[in-house]
Design a protein around this ligand. Sequence first.
Ligand code: NAD
Length: 393
Amino acid sequence: MKISIPKELAPLELRVALVPDSVARLVKQGHEVCVETGAGERASFTDAAYQAAGAQIVSDPAALFGESDLVLKVGAPLCGPGAARDEVSMLRPGSALIGFLEPLMRPDVAVLLAARSVTSFSMELVPRTTRAQNMDALSSMATVAGYKAALLGASTLPRFFPMLVTAAGTIPPAHVLVLGAGVAGLQAIATTRRLGAVVEGYDVRPAVKEEIESLGATFVELDLGAKDTQDAGGYAKELSGDTHQRELQLLAPVVARADLVITTARIPGVPAPMLITEEMVKGMKYGSVIVDLAADTGGNCALTRAGEVVVANGVTILGPVNIVAQLPIHASQMYSKNVLNFLGLLIKDGVMTLNFEDDILKGSCVTHGGKIVHQRTRERVEGATQPVGAGGK
Ligand code: NAD
């Protein structure tokens, strides 16, 4: 098959879909791999490294997209007004596309891909099952995000993280609170612990208590009076109005004692839960910091602005967007490995063989045969539900 890797042109995107090691694997399997000039440069993978791995470097994007059987991307294909180029219309009808397509956020792109008869798969739709673990790009990126959020918090905080005993006196360790202990939150806890902070972790799912404690942090146990806070898939449920109010009340003193709060709370398909109100920010210490990883889905803090730094009452609130792209080497390497494993499902004996009986393949397919086959995306297109939040799990 002819497999292509374009350069990612979305603002702030530094990752590349396939790193040279993965290219070498595909070449060894007999595929022809084409890489757009400079595609990996911002992630420190040079054209020479791709050539050494057996790829051809292609400078003409129209040829790259138009002559491929399969295009591998990180983000959704660019299209529409203001886009650097129209990648959807460059794709060859009948070809396939893989990437974080965000179909629930961008159902318009799914409509265009279906109209172009492109078979598309979205990496964030890969089910979070044991069998799909090595293709779980969401978890890979959440690991990067949690790590980077901890570093961002540490470098923004106007104080040391670890306890220091110096001739100029003893400095107490920083006090970190992590709200939401999914993959990103647990990584943020692990990283802030490694940097020497005293860490507390909270999640609406009590099942994470053990994981938080195994990382050397304290689990913040709140009596919400609600029993079923998670669904059958292990994801958090949206709290009822009363329970949410109680959560805020109980969280207020916990937030007030932290020097750094890293928030990672999300609920699939709905806006991020509000966990820090403006009033709670007022109750925080002067000089404290909030890193809100849910900024792109509405934020966990009422004052967060996506992509901006807000200072209110002496509290600095960071709302980073696409934080994973700030660690482009390993983010690309992990994503590349996940994509390569996913290709193992799609390609048999050198050709694309789609078995829609397979739950991973079926669950992640957005468009096929000129139609939108992903039901929730189709419902969004038909206006049954409103697009909210990224991810689209
Ligand atoms: P996520 O990004 O969807 O959400 C982050 C965290 O926010 C979750 O832990 C969630 O419980 C929490 N949260 C939501 N509302 C909250 C609130 N009001 N207050 C406090 N916290 C709140 O989470 P994720 O990292 O994608 O993980 C979600 C689930 O998927 C977990 O159960 C995780 O164990 C599971 N998972 C399974 C696999 C696998 O089996 N292969 C892989 C990854 C994740």
